[in-house]
Design a protein around this ligand. Structure first.
Ligand code: PAF
Length: 303
């Protein structure tokens, strides 16, 4: 496995792979890898012959007072996991390599999709994500890029970015991965105490209950929102930030459940901000609820 630290080396490795007829797969991450990331790597390995995992805690997507400094990092462990899954290369640049002039004067803003939901509490977050992802796409060149659906708004932003500026990238959204008790995998779960982790299960439980209500015939988005709010309120240490039903992938408000809709949630458990969602596909009386995949057993590696 190649361990690449410069943009020039990433570009030439990907160019070389393509000229050898290999399909390049890209898995952008901020490291502290867990089963959610490993599932993206495996999805990439299934369809691409040269898979690059990027590991970069991107300062541009953290707001003032957020967890940039304490964001969990473990490059040695991450490299071992990438090696084990069989990726071809890891790109782990320094901040100076990615932003040699400090804060870039050119940033990428995706209008409309970024100002509410998570963007309401994190107004600069998606510009930081769109900017770093554009830089990674530019350095990698033509590729298929794999992102998790837990970050549903991020996925919508990246899809729109690629479409709007015709980047030579095919974006693939992959299922949310849940721990055996339902908690969605996130590097930030590492911040949770045992009590907080138990309380955080209210999020997936509430989404599951809302999905069951939709399957039982509920079509009123505000009824689902009220149901989720009520269930989360039973855990006083969980502070709900938003519960929203939106169309997918446009993220527009909806009056009735129809077609593909996203029920998305964000909450703080102590200082830790968590997000989760379920995608509901509603066709008449038929409802398919996609909560992702649940691990059969905890691997006990990282929460
Ligand atoms: O989802 C993440 O881990 C990050 O937002 C991403 C896409 C790697 C950009 O830094």
């Amino acid at each position: 496995m190649l361990h690449i630290e410069t943009i020039a080396d990433l570009r030439s490795a990907c160019d070389r792979a393509r000229s050898d007829g290999r399909r390049v797969g890209l898995v952008p991450t901020m490291g502290f890898l867990h089963e959610g990331h490993r599932s993206l790597m495996r999805a990439a390995r299934a369809t691409c012959d040269f898979v690059v995992v990027t590991i970069f805690v991107n300062p541009l997507q953290f707001g003032a007072g957020e967890d940039l400094d304490r964001y969990p990092r473990d490059l040695t462990g991450d490299l071992a996991q990438c090696e084990q899954v069989g990726v071809a290369a890891v790109f782990a640049p320094s901040v100076a390599e990615m932003y040699p002039s400090g804060r870039p004067l050119t940033t990428v803003h995706v209008e409309g999709l970024t100002s509410d939901l998570c963007g309401a509490a994190r107004p600069t977050h998606f510009d930081g994500v769109a900017t770093v992802v554009t830089k990674l796409f530019a350095a990698t060149g033509s590729c298929t890029a794999f992102f998790g659906r837990k970050d549903a708004q991020q996925l919508a932003v990246i899809n729109r970015l690629v479409e709007d500026v015709n980047l030579p990238v095919q974006v693939v959204g992959c299922p949310i991965v849940r721990e055996p008790d339902g908690l969605a995998r996130s590097s930030r779960n590492a911040y949770l105490s045992l009590d907080q982790r138990r309380a955080a299960l209210a999020l997936s439980r509430a989404l599951q209950a809302a999905a069951s209500a939709a399957i039982a015939g509920e079509r009123d988005p505000s009824a689902l929102v009220d149901l989720v709010r009520g269930l989360v309120a039973t855990e006083p240490t969980v502070a709900l930030e938003y519960v929203e039903v939106r169309s997918a992938p446009e993220l527009a408000r909806v009056d009735v459940l129809d077609g593909e809709v996203l029920l998305a949630i964000a909450a703080k458990v102590g200082e830790t901000r968590l997000i989760d969602n379920v995608t509901l596909t509603v066709r008449g009386a038929e409802v398919h609820a996609d909560l992702g995949t649940t691990e059969l057993r905890s691997e006990g590696v990282r929460q």
